[in-house]
Design a protein around this ligand. Structure first.
Ligand code: ATP
Length: 220
C-alpha cells in the first residue's frame, strides 16, 4: 500500500479547507487535480496549483471527462452545500474510487457521507475547536489526536512529579500515560532517561488514551 500514498489525489471544493489540503499535498510533491464549480476561485488558484479546473462535481459526465474515475484517492471538501457534498461522494463511490475522504459539518452530515461510501469522514471545524479549547486552557502547549481515542500532548510537568526521579512504570500504573519525550529549557527534546528528574520549566510529550491524558493534564 505504501506506493499508493503519493499517488495523485483529486480535491473537490476549494474553500479554505479544500484549498489548504490541495496546496499542502502539492507542496509535499503529490500531484493534485483540484476542482471547484466557481470559475473565479479556480482562476485565483491557478498560480498556486498546477491542475485546477472549473467543473460541477455533481455532474457525472464532467467527472468522467476529467478522468476522476482513474484516481485512487479523493477528498470531498464541500461543506455548506450539503446536497452537493453528498451527491459528489456518491458519484465518487459509483466511480469506484478506493479511498474517499469527505469533510462533514455535522455528525448527521458525517453519517450520511459514510452511507454514501466515504471511507474517512473528517470534521475540521469540530476537531480544530477541540484543539483550540485545549490550547486556550493554558495547560497544553500542543495537542494531536491519533485515531478516535488516543492523543499526544505537549505540556509542563504536573506539580506532584516535579523533583521526583522519573519512574516510567509508575507513570503507566498511576496515570495510564506514556512519557514520550522531555525537553529542558534551551535544550532539544530527548527520550526520557530512567534517572531523569523533572523540573518546572521542562516540557513533556505525553501519549495515552484521551481520558487518561486529560486526567494527567488536570494535575498540571
Ligand atoms: P470552507 O470552510 O472550507 O471555506 P465551506 O465549508 O464553507 O468551506 P463550501 O463553501 O460549501 O464549504 O464549499 C467549498 C467549495 O466547494 C466552494 O468554493 C464551492 O464553490 C465548492 N463547491 C460547492 N458545490 C460544488 C460543486 N457542486 N462542484 C464543485 N465545487 C463545489
Amino acid at each position: 500500500m505504501a506506493e499508493k500514498r503519493s499517488e495523485p489525489v483529486v480535491v473537490i471544493g476549494l474553500g479554505r479547507f479544500g484549498s489548504s489540503v490541495a496546496q499542502e499535498l502539492s507542496r509535499r510533491g503529490t500531484e493534485v487535480l483540484a476542482i471547484d464549480s466557481d470559475p473565479k476561485l479556480v482562476q485565483s488558484l491557478s498560480g498556486e496549483l498546477t491542475q485546477v479546473v472549473a467543473a460541477d462535481s455533481t455532474d457525472m459526465e464532467a467527472l468522467q471527462q476529467l478522468g476522476v474515475g482513474d484516481f485512487y484517492r479523493a477528498v470531498v471538501a464541500i461543506g455548506t452545500d450539503m446536497e452537493a457534498s453528498v451527491l459528489t461522494t456518491s458519484l465518487l463511490t459509483e466511480l469506484e474510487i478506493e479511498d474517499i475522504w469527505a469533510k462533514a459539518v455535522s455528525r448527521q452530515h458525517g453519517r450520511i457521507l459514510e452511507r454514501m461510501g466515504a471511507h474517512h469522514v473528517v470534521f475540521p471545524e469540530h476537531d480544530m475547536g477541540e484543539r483550540i479549547a485545549h490550547l486556550v486552557s493554558g495547560r497544553v502547549i500542543d495537542y494531536i489526536e491519533v485515531g478516535k481515542n488516543f492523543t499526544m500532548i505537549q505540556t509542563h510537568p504536573p506539580r506532584e512529579l516535579v523533583g521526583e526521579p522519573l519512574d516510567e512504570a509508575l507513570l503507566r500504573e498511576k496515570y495510564a500515560v506514556t512519557l514520550v519525550a522531555v525537553k529542558s529549557p534551551n535544550e532539544e527534546f530527548a527520550l526520557p532517561s530512567d534517572d531523569a528528574v523533572l523540573m518546572y520549566g521542562d516540557t513533556l510529550v505525553v501519549a495515552g488514551k484521551m481520558r487518561d491524558v486529560e486526567r494527567f493534564i488536570d494535575l498540571v
